[in-house]
Design a protein around this ligand. Structure first.
Ligand SMILES: Nc1nc2c(ncn2[C@@H]2O[C@H](COP(=O)(O)OP(=O)(O)OP(=O)(O)O)[C@@H](O)[C@H]2O)c(=O)[nH]1
Ligand SMILES: [Zn+2]
Length: 199
């Protein structure tokens, strides 16, 4: 059966054209022949890839959460774990990638589960440092839902440490950020840590 692999991404043609010019110049400075077959379309491909990898700038994470905010009296922990993320470190523009684990305890309002992952995506698809990414996710959920507490843990490997620089291929960085009951009650924090480590 014929599959339709139509590309959904829509890019601003002017931005792509300008970026392509710059990437062509960069490839030439790196000693490449941009007329050779394999490279003819590469500047445009990189331009589109970079727009994709930074598309979070066009998204409003708070709006994402509010678009599926529901009144609900559930007051236990909600955890969305193992949310894969791909971001770019702002120092080298090399990828860092890994998983985010996000929890909150509702206080009258819940949000659509996919929206939590979409918030991670909206902040990850920017030039980032892992610490800021962690805190931005936490603060967005706290401000949009006003829950009893929010917990975010991110575990990621940084290509700038793995394939260049200090070259530590298997190093992982863990960051965490908490609010409310996750800050005040060690037991709640431990329950979260226990549940994200399980399985
Ligand atoms: N805190 C933090 N540092 C990061 C992150 N991503 C990359 N870095 C670090 O940013 C630092 C930039 O340091 P510089 O000394 O200016 O850059 P550099 O000479 O390329 O450093 P090396 O990577 O050690 O070769 C490096 O130590 C990177 O490991 C991140 O998400 N958080
Ligand atoms: Zn880096």
């Amino acid at each position: 059966m014929e599959q339709n692999y139509a590309r959904e991404e829509v890019y601003n043609p002017e931005t792509i054209e300008k970026l392509s010019e710059h990437y062509r110049a960069i490839l030439e400075l790196l000693g490449e022949d941009t007329d050779r077959e394999g490279l003819v379309k590469t500047p445009e491909r990189i331009a589109k890839a970079m727009c994709f990898l930074t598309r979070g700038y066009d998204e409003d994470p708070r709006e994402i959460l509010l678009s599926a905010k529901f009144h609900e009296e559930y007051k236990q922990m909600v955890i969305v774990k193992d949310i894969e993320l791909y971001s770019l470190c702002e120092h080298h523009m090399l990828p860092f990638y890994g998983k985010a684990h996000v929890a909150y305890i509702p206080n009258g309002y819940i949000t659509g589960l996919s929206k939590i992952a979409r918030v991670v995506e909206a902040y990850a698809r920017r030039l980032q440092v892992q610490e800021r990414l962690t805190v931005q996710i936490r603060d967005c959920i706290q401000q949009a839902l006003d829950p009893l507490g929010v917990a975010v843990v991110i575990e990621a490997g940084h290509m700038c440490m793995q394939m260049r620089g200090v070259q530590k291929q298997s190093s992982l960085t863990t960051t965490s950020a908490f609010t409310g009951v996750f800050l005040r009650q060690m037991q709640t924090r431990e329950e979260f840590i226990h549940l994200i480590r399980r399985g």
